[in-house]
Structures are given as structure tokens and as C-alpha cells.
Design a binder for this molecule. Structure first.
Ligand code: NAP
Length: 262
């Protein structure tokens, strides 16, 4: 990864485990200083210590991204450094349910983390990159974003927002020297998925996802992870005719229909 273009600091939002920590380790190995943000302080501090052991500087901050002041909190550790690469990884969906039956906090959190959060962070750090004439932004999405799905209304909609936001930023930011990439993440063996009890034996590894994303940062606006099958599904979910029938057949399955660990 080119530190002169995307360094010297990478900021990883949702960086303490899984895909986020895989990004952190790969970038530290290339000499990037790393700032990581997540909620649980223990894994954050352990990762920052590990990264320092690799010979780079590391900062960490415990922030809940569902709080709309998250950007101001994160600025307390970034205002005095040059963030050349922003990776906004956090945003998996833990609580599923019919939209009208959900506690409003559930959908507000999803919207704050993915819609408000990605917009705020891309706006703040993108403006600073524009002044320097260089940088990179990676926003994490999901293969669920190409159509709605029962019990995932705000998640699928928020990830769709993320993809469309990225597509616009990609073209706007091109003449500013900033590469912008949306990663449509498929089934990946992260601690969050393991905690939900899913059988992740066929899932991609977080390391594969992070490497493919870094390798393709200049090939935006959209990277579909998960190979040909994921690409075929994305194409099928994007069809405009008979959309209702397509959603019935191809939307992300309800949780009870996803294979669990034996
Ligand atoms: N894993 C998959 O199969 C899959 C599939 C499709 C898309 N994705 C996407 O891939 C990305 C990563 O997913 P993941 O499975 O690793 O789970 P995740 O729950 O998004 O966790 C990733 C990181 O974000 C942090 N995080 C989560 N919620 C946060 C919050 N409210 N405030 C601050 N930090 C928060 C976590 O640490 P803390 O818990 O300590 O905060 C962790 O470091 C997400 O955007 C997700 O939508 C994943």
C-alpha cells in the first residue's frame, strides 16, 4: 500500500477485530501509523499495543458510533495527525425484526452508525484530504444492499445509501486525488458472525477481505467481494422487472434460515 499517497495515518472505524483489525495489521506491516476506533476498550488497547510492537505509532479510542457526536469524539485523537486513509468498517446488524415491531433505538442506531456516521466521517476527512490533494476512503457495505429484505429493512437501506454515496464521492473526488471505494462484503468469518452462532465454515476470511479491498482502492467505485457467485447474486438482485418476485426469491434470508454452527 502506497504510504506516500494514502499515509502516514490510517483511521479505521470499527478496527478492533475481524475485517477492521485485518486492515490495521496489513497497513501497519506497510509502515502506516494506525488510529483505531470501536466500543470495547480491551481489544482496542491490545491491538494498539500489538501494532506498536510492529514499529508504528498507534492510537485507539472507545466510541459508540450510534452516538451522533462520534465524529467530534474521534477528532480528539485525529486533529493533530494526517489521516490519509479512512476505512469505515463498523456496521453489522445484530438485532433483526419486523420494522414496525422494533424498538426505535434499533433502527436509529443502524441509521446513525451507517448513514450519519459514514457521511460525517467521509465529509470531515475527505475535506482534509482535498486540501492535501491525496488520500483514500473505503466505506464498508454488504451484499444485502442490492435489494430490501424482511427483518433487515434499515440495514439493507443503510448499506444501499453507503453504496450510492460512495459512487457519487468516487467521481467527485477523482480530480481531488482521493480514491473512494465501496466494498460489498459477503459472508465473512468475523467475531460478530461467530457470536451470532452462524456456521462460518464457508465464509471468507477477514484477511482476504481486507487484502482485496486494499489491492483495489484505486479501482472504485464498487468492489464486490465473494467471487463470481456474489457478483451473480448482486446482478440478479439489481433487476428492475418483476422486482417483487425477485425480492421474495433472492433477498437475504431470515435469520432462522441461515445455517447455524452444529
Ligand atoms: N461478517 C459478515 O458476514 C458481513 C457480511 C456483510 C457485510 N458485513 C459488513 O462488514 C462490516 C464488519 O462487520 P463485522 O461482522 O466485523 O461486525 P461489526 O459489528 O460491524 O464489527 C466490526 C467492528 O466494528 C466495531 N463496532 C461495531 N459496532 C460499533 C459501534 N456501535 N460503535 C463503535 N464501534 C462499533 C466492533 O467493535 P466493538 O464491538 O467493540 O464496538 C468491531 O471492531 C460491517 O459494515 C458489516 O455490515 C459483514
Amino acid at each position: 500500500m502506497d504510504k506516500a499517497k494514502y499515509g502516514p495515518w490510517a483511521l479505521i472505524i470499527g478496527g478492533s477485530e475481524g475485517i477492521g483489525s485485518a486492515f490495521a495489521r496489513k497497513l501497519a506491516a506497510d509502515g502506516f501509523n494506525i488510529a483505531v476506533v470501536a466500543r470495547k476498550p480491551g481489544p482496542l488497547e491490545a491491538l494498539a499495543e500489538e501494532l506498536r510492537g510492529m514499529g508504528v505509532e498507534a492510537r485507539s479510542l472507545s466510541v459508540d458510533l450510534s452516538d451522533t457526536s462520534a465524529i467530534d469524539q474521534v477528532r480528539t485523537i485525529t486533529d493533530d495527525i494526517e489521516v490519509g486513509l479512512l476505512i469505515y468498517n463498523a456496521g453489522a446488524n445484530n438485532i433483526r425484526g419486523n420494522f414496525v415491531e422494533l424498538d426505535p433505538k434499533v433502527y436509529r442506531d443502524v441509521i446513525n452508525i451507517t448513514v450519519v456516521g459514514q457521511a460525517e466521517f467521509a465529509h470531515h476527512f475527505g475535506a482534509l484530504m482535498r486540501e492535501r490533494g491525496r488520500g483514500g476512503i473505503i466505506l464498508a457495505g454488504s451484499s444485502s444492499n442490492f435489494c430490501g429484505a424482511p427483518t433487515l429493512a434499515t440495514y439493507t437501506a443503510a448499506k444501499s445509501f453507503s453504496r450510492i454515496l460512495t459512487e457519487s464521492l468516487w467521481l467527485e473526488c477523482e480530480p481531488m486525488g482521493i480514491d473512494v471505494l465501496h466494498i460489498s462484503i459477503n459472508y465473512t468469518d468475523t467475531p460478530a458472525m461467530q457470536r451470532l452462532g452462524y456456521d462460518t465454515s464457508s465464509a471468507q476470511s477477514p484477511e482476504e477481505v481486507a487484502q482485496e479491498a486494499l489491492d483495489n482502492i484505486a479501482n472504485g467505485p464498487l468492489l464486490i467481494l465473494g467471487g463470481q457467485r456474489a457478483l451473480d447474486t448482486a446482478i440478479a438482485r439489481s433487476q428492475l422487472e418483476n422486482r417483487g418476485e425477485m425480492i421474495r426469491a433472492l433477498a437475504t434470508p431470515r435469520r432462522e434460515n441461515i445455517p447455524q454452527k452444529a
